[in-house]
Design a protein around this ligand. Sequence first.
Ligand code: ACO
Length: 313
Amino acid sequence: MNVGIKGFGAYAPSKVIDNAYFESFLDTSDEWISKMTGIKERRWAADDEDTSDMAYEASVKAIEDAGIQAEDIDMIMVATSTGDYPFPTVANMLQERLGTKKVATMDQLAACSGFMYAMINAKQFIQSGDYHNILVVGADKLSKITDLSDRSTAVLFGDGAGAAVIGEVSEGHGILSYELGSDGSGGKYLYQDQETHKIVMNGREVFKFAVRIMGEASTKAVEKAGLTADDIDMFVPHQANIRIMESARLRLGIPEEKMSVSVDQFGNTSAASIPLSIAQELENGKIQDGDTLVLVGFGGSLTWGAITLKWGK
Ligand code: ACO
């Protein structure tokens, strides 16, 4: 059975925060942020707009794009580190708000690799034959857990959501291979503090880890699919830092024009980052039916996930 993306949608809040915003209260500059991260601006959700609201907006688009109704969804998975509450889960809230049947719902936490993990989880349920249309969402409101007094993290993060309806797709489409992993010994380098509830990061350690793992995980996924770098039409890395993305691209041997870059507009949106980048390329007509994509994420805990897939249904 070919399992892939039957419908897709993404959502970014309208409030744009440029780099100059941080210059008024932090010892930083647009020049430093642009040069060291590639980020020019990010979107922050409004105070009354939470993760479930962004997830809902992306989900409506994905369901419409799949050409199905909400009642056709038979499971909901949401990858997020910033759910509105620990419970009810965002997936649970979506069940009611979208008006699906009383289907199974779950949030999954693998930080910025979350969308990769949820897609692969959904794939197993579809392949079992028991489920047909699983709504997979990556949504994060990192602005609510960002420490604005810490210049080394404050400038990095943004908010957004992306959604995909995962199900059976036709021959020549769908997920070809994947690679998932984690290394709990790295948890101390990137975590949410239990008292402040803010992100704490050792940027240098995360940087070193990310450079190695993005290259390794995507190379393994490409090999497992029996492909080489020449077969890849679009490389969509987690949009954390342009320097990390560039080094992963070079390790994989992908030309510059085949790497999706949206970090300049959105910063690091965690589980929403890969889908927001895909949405950008779809809008620009740079992803076409049958194209071979490599998606690769890494994140806190530490976790990673890479997928090769043929785009389309
Ligand atoms: N403006 C100005 N200077 C800064 C800023 C800033 N915003 N942030 C850090 N600096 C300073 C540091 O204080 C340090 O100054 P010092 O030398 O006087 O001590 C100097 O810049 C160099 O700092 P480093 O941390 O060594 O710089 P580095 O080259 O590592 O870049 C960065 C920092 C951009 C944060 C980088 O480490 C990075 O991108 N790391 C990975 C981060 C990441 O991807 N995290 C997300 C993971 S995904 C998830 O799950 C949320």
